[in-house]
Design a protein around this ligand. Structure first.
Ligand SMILES: Cc1cc2nc3c(=O)[nH]c(=O)nc-3n(C[C@H](O)[C@H](O)[C@H](O)COP(=O)(O)O)c2cc1C
Length: 228
């Protein structure tokens, strides 16, 4: 395991709305990660209400510092953003701006980490553009967006009153994102160990990859669920 025990998946996102769709989706993805063996830390909408990031000031907000430290320790990340005017909300982008504090780390920004991206808006068009902008931000931070991302349309009711998912396809997609983040963290840790051991055997790594079970095998049972 990446940190000698369970991999740590840090999730953040959502809004301060009591029935926030992005919050619910993030909770489900993190719960799936937990079921698959991860330790999880979560920062939901109200937890992310940091002061506006100021590049030339040393941040003092303890919540922001706790958030950045969690990301520093993360083996994988899941982000859920609402679509505001076709892109990531200010709350989520401001939180991401604090990732600049990881710039000088030995593992800067999101380097070496898979990042599951979830976007939700009141229509598919903004969901799609928000997912694309979230992935661009992850790329800029040297993260690896997972092949499967999730879009939600909050005008379609996908959740029961208790927060459980009423849509099997969506549930499978969220679970798949969690699985892909975990799979990458394990694979990356294995590759890193080989490099540290100075015993990189690319063929062996490739064989291990080919032999790994399909990270989202269950999705094939829900029709076109895996289609991006
Ligand atoms: C400031 C603002 C801008 C928004 N812009 C869009 C938009 O461009 N397209 C869209 O489909 N929905 C838009 N929405 C709707 C939200 O994306 C939608 O309500 C979403 O479900 C909010 O996330 P939540 O359910 O996690 O609170 C906007 C909402 C707000 C508050």
């Amino acid at each position: 395991m990446p940190s000698g025990g369970s991999p740590l998946i840090v999730g953040f996102g959502g809004t301060s709305r009591s029935e926030s769709t992005s919050d619910r989706a993030l909770r489900l993805a993190l719960s799936a990660a937990e079921h698959q063996g991860a330790a999880v830390k979560a920062f939901f909408g109200p937890d992310l209400a940091f002061p506006m990031y100021q590049p030339h000031q040393i941040p003092e907000d303890p919540r922001a510092l706790q958030f950045v430290n969690a990301l520093r320790q993360a083996d994988g990340i899941i982000i859920a953003s609402p679509g505001y005017h076709g892109a990531i909300s200010g709350l989520i982008k401001n939180a991401i701006d604090y990732v600049e504090l990881l710039r000088d780390d030995t593992r800067p920004y999101f380097e070496g980490r898979a990042v599951g991206c979830i976007a939700c808006a009141a229509g598919w068009q903004a969901s799609a553009s928000t997912l694309a902008s979230l992935r661009s931000v992850v790329h800029a931070l040297r993260g690896w967006p997972t092949p499967v991302g999730v879009m939600l349309n909050s005008t379609i009711s996908s959740f029961a009153a208790d927060g459980t998912c009423a849509d099997a396809k969506l549930d499978a997609q969220l679970s798949c994102v969690a699985r892909q983040v975990l799979f990458f963290s394990e694979y990356e840790a294995e590759c890193r160990t080989r490099i540290v051991d100075n015993s990189v055997d690319k063929h062996q790594v490739r064989r291990a990859s080919a032999a790994s079970p399909d990270a989202c095998g269950s999705l094939s049972t829900v029709g076109e669920g895996i289609t991006q």
